[in-house]
Design a protein around this ligand. Structure first.
Ligand code: AMP
Length: 280
């Protein structure tokens, strides 16, 4: 596996592969790789000739009071893990490479970034859309792989690629979980032992919501009320939002149909998210 730090070299190498008729798959990440990330790399490996993993803690998607400085980083381990599942290139640029002096261009997808995580993280999705556009342009990838864990991000990026006529196919991959149901996240290491135990309420709430929906419940408020009850069974959990939204518009829905049911819950200063996609 090649480890590349510059945009110039990455472009040169990948353009040559493209000219040789190879297909390219990219997996954008912020590093501190876990099995969730590796599942995306494995999927990319199975479907492309060349697999690029980007590791970049993107400052433009962090708010001023967020965890940019303390975001966990371990590039050496990321290289080992990415290589172990067959990545060909690990692209790890510096902030100066991605946002040199004089940088002024941002990509903003309207409306889809306003609800859910967007309401408590203003500017977050503008940073995500910008960096992902740059990664798509740098890599020239044919396919890009994202986790359902960040479902709003996926739906928003899919809209962006469609709206901006990007020649890349976006794929959504299942959420990888711990045995007890907690969705894997680089941020889980911030949790204290007790918070970690209680953090199962996120996946439990989704499970209870699914049972209700399977039993015929279609009233979003009733489903959400059940989820709130489950999350509140943890005294350390602080609910940021629990919502049912339409998967196209990402705006709140009263009726469960083609819906994304998503929640964000804080344990101390650690913010956890989880979701499920329903099609009834
Ligand atoms: P991040 O490094 O947190 O920006 O995540 C990079 C990619 O990995 C995103 O597309 C995430 O949705 C995906 N991802 C993160 N956690 C998981 C997980 N538990 N299961 C599947 N994909 C995940």
């Amino acid at each position: 596996m090649k480890i590349l730090n510059t945009i110039k070299e990455t472009k040169e190498i990948l353009r040559a592969e493209k000219m040789a008729g190879k297909t390219i798959g990219i997996v954008p990440t912020m590093g501190y790789l876990h099995e969730g990330h590796l599942s995306l790399i494995q999927r990319a490996r199975a479907e492309n000739d060349i697999v690029v993993v980007s590791v970049f803690v993107n400052p433009t998607q962090f708010g001023p009071n967020e965890d940019l400085d303390k975001y966990p980083r371990d590039l050496q381990q990321d290289c080992q893990k990415a290589e172990s599942v067959g990545a060909d290139i690990l692209f790890s640029p510096s902030v100066g490479q991605m946002y040199p002096e004089g940088y002024h261009t941002y990509v903003s997808v309207e409306k889809l970034g306003d609800n859910l995580c967007g309401s408590s993280r203003p500017g977050h999705f503008r940073g995500v859309a910008t960096v992902v556009t740059k990664l798509f342009n740098i890599s020239g990838a044919d396919n890009a792989y994202f986790g359902q864990k960040d479902a709003q991000q996926f739906f928003l990026l899919k809209r962006m690629a469609l709206d901006l006529n990007m020649d890349i196919k976006l794929h959504i991959c299942p959420i990888i979980r711990e045995k007890d149901g907690l969705a894997l996240s680089s941020r889980n290491i911030y949790l204290t032992e007790e918070q970690r135990k209680q953090a199962i309420v996120l996946s439990l709430a989704l499970k209870n919501a699914k049972s209700l929906i399977d039993a015929g419940e279609r009233n979003a408020a009733a489903v959400i009320a059940e989820m709130v009850k489950t999350v509140k069974s943890s005294e350390l959990a602080d609910i940021e939002y629990i919502k049912a939204v339409d998967t196209e518009t990402l705006s709140d829905t009263q009726v469960v149909g083609k819906s994304l049911i998503a929640l964000a819950v804080r344990f101390g200063s650690t913010r956890l998210i989880d979701n499920m996609i329903i099609e009834v």
